[in-house]
Design a protein around this ligand. Structure first.
Ligand code: GLU
Length: 473
């Protein structure tokens, strides 16, 4: 009988959730959803030196934010230490593992000798031979090693195809450290067996661990899962993604103002394509077509520019009401979620690439008139003309007469003014823009005026008129 499909995401909590890890989580999730399987989250925190509880919590919260909905967990390996020790005892009993008393010094000497001889280091097996001889009276600190037999280890990777390793090249690797804590190899395999994991999709960097894991599955008499090793993610410099080329964690992208759905979409395209030139694909669509076996072998390049473009696409397609909750943490002042705000968000959402940009754009609409600053370039470009005060006064009067205060009404009033005076409409609109938002550019000016409201718009023109002598001198 085939087992129900189960995948897992198994991060080590040694830092923030790396975007590569998030991509692994997403691929696991999508493959599971596509095939009606489930996914569990397992925190691999047995490395006490490097694991931190707050990192585990951050990883969980980053996954929740990203919308990676696991079906089980988080399970903490640190809660299962006894189980690993128990299973290692079984291997010792079966003879698939042995105690190794070699001291750090002995191992260092061996390593140095190998280095001098230009050979790749491999444990000499001196304790294995002692165990074979039935040398029982050895005592003192020891580790437990797995007994690796020579022979070929083959498996079919969903992404890389047929892979094989020679047992001769593998070390008798350590399963239990001298402090009785398990190594990654032991805990990962014990857990994958206990938790009925059928598919292991993880980073390429684990490929060389897989033969060891296969040997362990066999030693435990368990079914070997299907493996899929995901290609590396490179930075824009074509080297392994690192801080050199920008942000690397989900948290950082969150604080830069990337939407979770956009990041999810972007990460799902790192090594996978839904076909054609399609770049925008929702999670539920991906869940219908994703398959680990369609993932590319070649490394994927993390293109920040594409991510911010994609984020802009998501922003421009989202209703303002849905953007608001994401925007909250970027607002520098309290802003109510009323119709005026939604109107302003709608004005800016397709001009913004990030929530940060969008939040920034809202400022002139909410600050006190007195706090509005005039951009120097806007001042020198549009406020230097001789008759600028007169034009501002005329446009003010024209707007004051618009009732009701609508976009069309404002547009008509200024067009009439321009016709009457024989000046271009721009001669009125540009200084008006400086008055209303202090900047060289903005969304269409009457949208801006309506978003500000009549009263505030007129006040801001008056204020600029009052400041004009100082500004234009
Ligand atoms: N804990 C490992 C890591 O964070 C992953 C283990 C696995 O997926 O087998 O790299």
């Amino acid at each position: 009988m085939t087992r129900p499909m189960k995948l897992r995401f198994a991060p080590s909590p040694t830092g923030y959730l790396h975007v590569g890890g998030a991509r692994t989580a997403i691929f696991n999730l999508l493959h599971g959803r596509r095939h009606g399987g489930t996914m569990l989250l397992r925190i691999e925190d047995t490395d006490v030196e490097r694991s931190r509880q707050h990192h585990a919590e951050q990883i969980v919260s980053a996954l929740n934010w990203l919308g990676v909905e696991y079906d089980e967990g988080p399970i903490y390996q640190s809660d299962r230490l006894d189980r690993y020790r128990q299973r290692v005892d079984e291997l010792l009993e079966k003879g698939s593992a042995y105690l190794c008393f070699c001291s750090v010094e002995v191992l260092d000497d061996e390593r140095q000798a190998a280095e001098k001889a230009g050979k790749q280091y491999k444990y000499s097996g001196r304790c294995r031979r002692a165990a074979d001889r039935g040398d029982e009276d050895r005592e003192g600190p020891h580790v437990v090693r797995c007994r690796v037999e020579p022979g070929r280890i083959e498996f079919r990777d969903l992404i890389r195809g047929d892979v094989h390793f020679e047992g001769e090249n593998l070390d008798d690797f350590v399963l239990l450290r001298s402090d009785r804590n398990p190594t990654y190899h032991l805990s990962v395999v014990v857990d994958d067996i206990d938790m009925d994991v059928t598919h292991v999709a993880r980073g390429d960097d684990h490929l060389s661990n897989t033969p060891k894991h296969i040997l362990l599955f066999r030693a435990f008499g368990a079914e070997v899962p299907v493996f899929a090793h995901l290609p590396l993610i490179l930075g824009s410099d074509r080297k392994r993604l690192s801080k050199r080329t920008g942000a690397t964690s989900v948290e950082e992208y969150r604080s830069l103002g990337i939407l979770p759905d956009a990041l999810f979409n972007f990460l799902s395209l790192l090594g996978w394509s839904p076909g054609g030139d399609r770049e925008i694909i929702t999670r539920s669509e991906s869940e219908k077509i994703f398959d680990l076996s369609d993932v590319n072998k070649a490394a994927a390049v993390f293109d920040d520019e594409k991510l911010s473009w994609l984020n802009g696409q998501y922003l421009s397609r989202m209703p303002a009401r849905d953007i608001y909750p994401h925007l909250l943490s970027f607002l520098t002042m309290p802003i109510d979620d009323d119709d005026r705000l939604f109107m302003i968000i709608d004005l800016f959402k397709s001009r913004s690439r990030t929530l940060r940009d969008l939040a920034q754009s809202l400022i002139p609409y909410y600050i006190e008139d007195e706090a509005l600053e005039y951009d120097a370039a806007a001042v020198s470009k549009h406020l230097k003309g001789e008759d600028v005060a007169r034009r501002l006064r005329d446009v003010r009067d024209a707007l004051a007469a618009v009732e009701p205060f609508t976009i069309e009404g404002g547009d008509k009033a200024v067009r009439e003014l321009a016709e009457k005076s024989g000046l271009g409409a721009g001669k009125y609109i540009h200084p008006l823009r400086v008055a209303l938002v202090g900047q060289l550019s903005s969304p269409p000016i009457f949208d801006v005026a309506v978003a500000l409201g009549k009263e505030r718009s007129l006040r801001r023109v008056d204020r600029l008129l009052g400041n004009l002598p100082a500004l234009s001198s």
